[in-house]
Ligand binder design. Structure first.
Ligand code: FES
Length: 194
């Protein structure tokens, strides 16, 4: 019995052990085996943990189909706002009144936490339209619109962030203005978001 395990030991560790001139202690290959097993399990464990994460990063087919979305603006009247979904996020589209635009342009941007002009947040020739991702830049709640808050814009009730009529942060904990997604006018009454 013992000679059998001795042979097994020599066969197994033959190449490495000859350099020592002695047989390695029985425990050496065993340690290697345990180590390898642990590494293999580690790899499987990491793979199992990693997969759902990686998988969730891959856009599913329906999300890919909505990588860009076209919206007809013609039914949205002056002062009205709609919400559309784009890549799983709400996007607010507001048809601003002249008063909304005036207020937004009148702001001295040096007082803003995230200074941006109204012009920078709209498209030339289409200033009445404001297109923004409707996710609060504080912790991701969806703000209330239609002139909510102290600045005739949007208000996030989660922790009290007020955005103005250009979607810029004016009061409360949110650090940034509401995000403008990539979009373009494909006609006077149609935008393509994404
Ligand atoms: S998530 Fe909007 S204020 Fe906190």
């Amino acid at each position: 019995m013992s000679s059998h395990s001795h042979d097994a030991c020599c066969d197994h560790a033959g190449k490495g052990n000859h350099t020592h001139g002695n047989h390695a202690p029985d425990s050496a290959p065993r340690r290697d085996f345990l180590l390898l097993t642990a590494q293999a399990m580690g790899a499987v464990g990491a793979g199992a943990l990693l997969w759902p994460f990686v998988d969730s990063m891959n856009p599913s087919a329906d999300v890919l189909a909505l990588a860009s979305t076209e919206v007809d603006l013609s039914p949205i009247e002056d002062g009205q706002e709609i919400k559309v979904m784009w890549r799983g996020k709400p996007v607010f589209i507001r048809n601003r009144t002249p008063k909304n635009i005036e207020e937004a342009k009148a702001v001295d941007i040096s007082i803003l936490r995230d200074p941006e002009t109204d012009e920078a947040r709209t498209k030339k020739g289409h200033e009445k339209w404001l297109v923004m991702v409707g996710v609060c830049t504080h912790l991701g709640c969806i703000p209330l619109g239609n002139g909510a808050g102290d600045y005739d814009g949007w208000f996030c009730p989660c922790h009290g962030s007020h955005y103005d009529s250009a979607g810029r942060i004016r009061k409360g904990p949110a650090p940034k203005n509401l995000v403008i997604p990539p979009y373009e006018f494909v006609s006077d009454t149609k935008v393509k978001i994404g």
